[in-house]
Design a protein. Structure first.
Ligand code: DX5
Ligand code: ZN
Length: 228
């Protein structure tokens, strides 16, 4: 597995399986199942009960997923008020990339540099109500820009349509230089619109894990993403 998955060219569309909707009693096997079904990477949602109104997973869970999936690309989404606190713990736990929120840090460039010094890839996220322009000073510094298409905190919410405009805004400015990830409400019915807007990393939790057929859901998202 390529540790630099987000930086590889050409930028083929990627499907990230968010294990927030997986069976927590079998996270390792569910991660392997998602990869076998066609997911390109595993997305680990980290919540602190402060930046978002929920608690989820920490570095120990990331380390457990790494043990179960030694070759997987692990993409850690930090929905926490103090992401700097968690860079070293996740680097030690086998993460490949960390994404933190622009709303949470004064100096995203400095934190990105710290993450890179630990050998991590970096992403910059923003909530649905945060202006696209907040990403502008940082477009060259991150491997991926993450557009939240739900208010973060829970899986299974409805896709927020206006997030497509932010994705378009980012893709126009990024060209081929970086990836645009969308997270929240992404599934077979929304992946086409996401791809058309310029998204090339689709994060999906409930559409993959809540249905009966993980492989069929992954195939349907890949198909919609490739047709756009
Ligand atoms: C939301 C998380 C998402 C979430 C997506 O706060 O960041 O990654 O798991 O869940 P679905 O795909 O069900 O909207
Ligand atoms: Zn996420």
């Amino acid at each position: 597995m390529a540790r630099d998955l987000f930086r590889q060219r050409p930028r083929r569309p990627l499907l990230a399986a968010s294990i927030l909707s997986a069976d927590f009693t079998r996270l390792g096997q569910q991660s392997l199942d998602a990869l076998a079904a066609g997911a390109d990477l595993i997305h680990i949602d980290v919540m602190d009960g402060h930046f978002v109104p929920n608690l989820s997973m920490g570095p120990a869970v990331c380390a457990a997923v790494r043990r179960a999936c030694p070759d997987a690309f692990l993409d850690v989404h930090l929905m926490v008020t103090d992401p700097g606190m968690f860079l070293t713990p996740f680097a030690k736990s086998g993460a490949d990339s960390v994404t933190f929120h622009v709303e949470t840090v004064d100096d995203p460039a400095a934190l990105a540099a710290q993450a890179r010094a630990l050998g991590l890839g970096v992403g910059l996220a923003s909530n649905p109500d945060t202006a696209a322009e907040r990403h502008e000073p940082y477009l060259k510094l991150f491997d991926v820009q993450l557009v939240m298409s739900v208010h973060p905190g829970f899986s299974g919410q409805a896709f927020i349509e206006k997030s497509l405009a932010k994705t378009q805004w980012l893709r126009t400015r990024l060209g081929d230089a970086a990836r645009v990830q969308m997270d929240g409400g992404v599934g077979p019915h929304t992946a086409g619109a996401c791809a058309k807007a310029g998204c090339d990393v689709m994060v999906s939790a409930s559409a993959l894990f809540d249905g009966k057929d993980l492989k069929a859901a992954a195939n349907a998202i890949h198909l919609a993403a490739s047709v756009g």
